[in-house]
Design a protein around this ligand. Structure first.
Ligand code: 6R9
Length: 635
């Protein structure tokens, strides 16, 4: 990104104003000056928000991998593109240069082609966080195949529904994966899943753990064997701007997973632009995002955004607590990481550990630290700021979604003054609006409402794979003419946004609308509390009442717990008001969570209601065993 780097606050306001006044001109310049194209576009944007039809850079021809790889070779071919940090500290980290990555991608694209994959075919990837995950995604993109990464922690049934929904022709997996002290047998999960996936003709298997697995004759092939023989030359397939790049299923907490479709040009422009600005990326930086690539954060900000900018991006295979709870801090120190991007759930769990784990490390290389995935509560924000950023690194609290393709509301480091728990201001080109339940726009400041976006931006998903009607209904019908995010937000006195949580996380107690997030925030301030989740349950008098599930830092005696219930309610009463006091508090050892750290409130709601009949699809849960425990100990 040579141009359009935001330098200071007045410059931000100036750029922002321009981008809103004339979005076409704004994005035309960004696209024109920062990428290589085979052919230019005939129209910057065309949209019909009622029909949910959006196209960007119509008629442009490109391939994202030309921009991620080829164009860097002459200027930074020997620069490290990927630092791969394995699970085990005894295994050496790998430094993969842009030249090397280019060759690996070419060879892999040839393997895919020889196995019958052509432009437009869908390829599902079920791999741990190893270099081959990045390489196979890029190989698909180079060949024009549509990748759909499935997080390699999901069960066979989650794999079945995703593979069948997108009709994948091929699946790429590994013999196993390392996660902390565990070795997971991925291949047997795939074997079970493929029994029910008629469209998959072939699977490619990457060697990682070397454990014994079954290979099905004629269907399963070792990547290593083919890799040796594959040619290192591959002619890039030319893509149309709106040709599909990937499908990614959202870990949505209700209903059947949605296959969000992202297309080639708009996604490229938006992920590159936002990466550069939100992380204040400079040429010699070492950037690390701890997300899994199976989540949109990994797609946009481990892989595409960094490579589009010629960055060095860290891919970490392990978990934050292995071999010790200082692994993150150890990796930052070891690789001299300059930008560190993680999730509030990880911050909270590491903040539970003694601060010695973090304080003993030299984290002076850090310049910018970031958070994504859910609202970051005040306590976690300060812990992150004090112990990780050491009060010197701006925290970018980045609000965005699988559907948005890239970051939408976030501070720009060294430009936007940060404010704890606030995602602050929209990036250029993004027009947030707050709407009331009667579909009227709420103007002015010091207001809360349903967060919508007024005008399309290049990174917006174009449809739900195979179900445009659902796309239209989910995002474009609640507030006609606008994209509805499903989140609620507050706009403060200076116009900063604070995301208050999903709008479905509102409970009406005795006629008062109570967002569960602020109540959770105040509970979490209690020194004994590690985390909490609040849901509503039916109540004869109040309509709904509040049920709290609370994780303690240390589980105490019954007597102590009794006192805690009183103290927690006192805290809520003091901070929010007696109306928000909880009717029931259950102490639990964990909460049902999706991979990206989102609490599956649907399950908690059912438990609170006492309805154990059907918890719906729980295949995206990271810790399904916790459901049983919570159910059995319900109050
Ligand atoms: C990138 C990602 C999207 C939902 C989103 C919102 C929540 C994400 C947030 C945040 C408050 C932040 N969310 N970032 N809430 N502050 N900085 O997370 O995508 O998995 O699709 O989730 O996550 O509720 O609507 P995805």
């Amino acid at each position: 990104m040579r141009n359009y780097v935001i330098e200071d606050l007045p410059h931000y306001f100036e750029e922002y104003k321009k981008s809103i006044k004339n979005p076409k001109k704004f994005w035309d310049k960004v696209a024109d000056q920062n990428f290589v194209w085979y052919q230019r576009w005939s129209k910057v944007v065309k949209y019909d928000m009622n029909e949910a039809k959006i196209t960007w850079f119509k008629d442009a021809k490109l391939n994202i991998t030309k921009n991620c790889l080829d164009r860097h070779l002459s200027v930074r071919g020997e620069k490290t593109a990927i630092i791969w940090e394995p699970n085990d500290t005894k295994e050496e980290a790998q430094h993969i240069s842009y030249n090397d990555l280019y060759t690996r991608v070419n060879k892999t694209a040839n393997i895919l082609r020889e196995m019958g994959i052509e432009k437009g075919d869908r390829v599902c990837i079920y791999l741990p966080m190893i270099p081959e995950l990045a390489v196979t995604m890029l190989a698909c993109a180079k060949l024009g195949a549509v990748h759909s990464v499935i997080f390699a922690g999901f069960s066979a049934s989650a794999v079945v529904s995703r593979v069948n929904d997108c009709g994948a022709k091929m699946l790429i997996t590994s013999d196993g994966s390392y996660r902390g002290s565990k070795v997971l047998d991925l291949k047997s999960i795939i074997d079970e899943a493929l029994e029910k996936c008629p469209t998959v003709e072939k699977t490619l298997v990457v060697k990682r753990t070397h454990n014994e697995i079954k290979m099905k004759e004629g269907r399963d092939f070792w990547m290593d064997d083919l890799y040796e023989k594959a040619s290192a030359d591959f002619v890039t397939v030319i893509m149309d701007a709106e040709d599909p790049l990937f499908i990614l299923y959202t870990s949505g907490s209700t209903g059947k997973p949605k296959g969000m479709l992202h297309t080639s040009a708009g996604y490229m422009v938006y992920s590159a632009y936002t990466f550069k600005n939100v992380f204040n990326y400079q040429e010699n930086d070492i950037y690390w995002c701890t997300a899994d690539i199976g989540w949109i954060t990994g797609h946009s900000y481990i892989l595409y955004g960094p490579l589009l900018n010629g960055a060095t991006t860290v891919i970490f295979e392990g978990v934050p607590t292995y071999p010790e709870p200082d692994r993150f801090w150890d990796v930052i120190e070891k690789h001299k990481v300059t930008q560190f991007y993680t999730a509030p759930t990880a911050i909270r769990s590491l903040a539970k550990e003694s601060t010695e784990w973090v304080d003993k490390h030299d984290l002076s290389s850090l310049r910018v630290i970031g958070s994504v995935g859910e609202p970051i509560n005040d306590e976690a924000w300060h812990w992150f700021n004090d112990h990780v950023g050491r009060k010197k690194c701006p925290i970018v609290d980045t609000w965005w979604q699988t559907e948005t393709g890239g970051i939408m509301i976030s501070p720009i480091p060294f430009v936007t003054p940060t404010k704890p728990t606030y995602a602050t201001l929209p990036l250029p080109g993004i027009q947030p609006v707050l709407m009331d339940d009667k579909r009227n726009e709420i103007t002015g400041n010091q207001v809360t409402g349903n967060l919508c976006i007024r005008f399309p931006w290049p990174g917006i998903a174009r449809t739900i794979w195979g179900d445009h009607q659902r796309y239209k209904e989910t995002y474009f019908s609640a507030f006609p003419g606008k994209y509805f995010t499903g989140d609620g937000a507050l706009r403060d006195e200076v116009g900063y946004y604070r995301i208050t949580g999903r709008v479905d996380d509102v409970v009406i107690v005795s006629g008062h609308n109570l967002g569960t997030a602020p109540i959770e925030d105040s509970i979490n301030e209690h020194p004994a509390v590690a985390e909490s989740a609040i849901v509503g349950f039916p109540h004869d008098i109040k309509g709904s009442a509040l049920y709290g599930f609370v994780i303690l830092k240390e589980s105490g005696s019954d007597r102590k717990q009794e006192n805690l219930v009183k103290e927690i309610n006192q805290l809520i009463s003091d901070q929010i008001g007696p109306i928000a006091k909880l009717d029931k508090i259950q102490f639990v050892s964990g909460l049902p969570k999706t991979r990206s750290g989102k609490i599956m409130r649907r399950i908690l709601r059912k438990i609170a209601e006492g309805d154990f009949s059907n918890f719906g699809d729980t295949s995206t849960l990271l810790n399904p065993e916790i459901v049983e425990e919570i159910k059995n100990e319900r109050i």
